[in-house]
Each structure stands twice: as structure tokens, then as C-alpha cells.
Design a protein around this ligand. Sequence first.
Ligand code: C5P
Length: 218
Amino acid sequence: MKTRPFRCLVTAGPTREHLDPVRFLSNPSSGKMGYALAAAAAAAGWRVNLVSGPVALPPPAGVNIHRVVSAADMFQAVKKLFPACDILIMCAAVSDFTPKQVFAHKVKKGQAELAVEFVPTVDILKTLAARKRPGQLAVGFAAETRNVEAYARKKLKEKNLDFIIANQVGGAGQGFASDDNSVILLGRDGTRAALGPAPKTKLAQQLIARLRAGHSSL
Ligand code: C5P
């Protein structure tokens, strides 16, 4: 009997929250970690949907790519693909805020001040993890500049996650845009594994293997 492939949904990159057609709020996420995870999952024989914010990377081989711009776009795409995945890995650096008002035309200079109001975006991971069916895993990332592990444990609980991948940002050679990273994988089941420092491609292979094992032991 042929067993169906393991199905994952990965998000990667930043989102852009436009204020007007030429200006946006974003962050320095390069998408490297998410793309490496998608590539490692495809190489492991998984069926992979990758929802990507704007990045400069080519899509990994064997992956279905869905390109989005804003947090709201990402939510729509992920929501649609979520029911048919075995594991959701939210690696994207989703903007937490978006401008309340979006201008249809370029805002002109000349005024003394420009006050912009922001409203929170939907927490995609939290919203979908609350709707998990049995057999589905939700995995998040926690990028922090301090107290990484404590904040990550808090998020693991608050967002109803199965695993969280904690990484320190702001240090040399790790986190945003770098080729290397070191992370701590924490699981609802008590898993704690410190991985790296290592190239993101290598870390991705290790994480994919551990997440697959985590799903098997459900
Ligand atoms: O709460 P915090 O933003 O630190 O959590 C990070 C995790 O939540 C990441 O996995 C990120 O992809 C996800 N996230 C999300 N929707 C948001 C903000 C973060 O899914 N609006």
C-alpha cells in the first residue's frame, strides 16, 4: 500500500505593511531559515507548501511557492492551506502592526509632521494553532534579543504550540539575514535540544528530522 507523503506548510521571510504605494513597515528577515526548512523538508520527501513574504531567494526545488506581501495576505494564504497539512512551521517574521490607514497615493512631503496610527495584525500562528485537529502539529519561532528561552516557553504555552524554535537575534553571526544560526528546540513534550551554531541549511535538516520524529510520537 502506498502511504501518502508527509505534508508541511512553511512560512518564510518578512511581511510588508504598506502606508502608501511606495512606503512600508517591514523587518530585515532574509527568508533564509524558512527557505532552508522548506528545502530540507522537500529533500526528505515531504510535500511542501511555502508561503513567502518578499525575499531575494529563488524558490527551493520541489516546493510549491505562494508569494504574499502583507500579514493579512499571509494569513489568507496560510488559512487556506492549513487544513491539508500535517505540520505548520511559522518561520516568517510577520509584522505585529500595520498602518490603520493606507493611502492610495504617495504621501507628499511638506507637512511639518506625519503621525501614523498602527493597529495589530492577526497572530496567524496563534489563530491556527487554536484550530489544530488531532495529528496536526504547530511550530513557531521565537526571535528575541534577551531571555530567549523563557520567552519561548511562554509562547509555546500561550500559542498552543507543539514545538518552538528559539533563537537569539542581534548577536554576531546569528539570526536575521545571517547564513549561520544557533537555536534551541523546545517541545510541549519536554524536548530541549540546543542546535548549532551551524549553517542554516544544516540546522534545517536537523530540525526537519526532529519535527518528523515528534509527529511520529504523537
Ligand atoms: O509573538 P511573536 O511574534 O514573538 O511570535 C513569533 C511566532 O509567531 C513566529 O512563529 C511568527 O511566525 C508567528 N507570528 C504569527 N503572526 C503574527 C506574528 C507572529 O504567526 N502576527
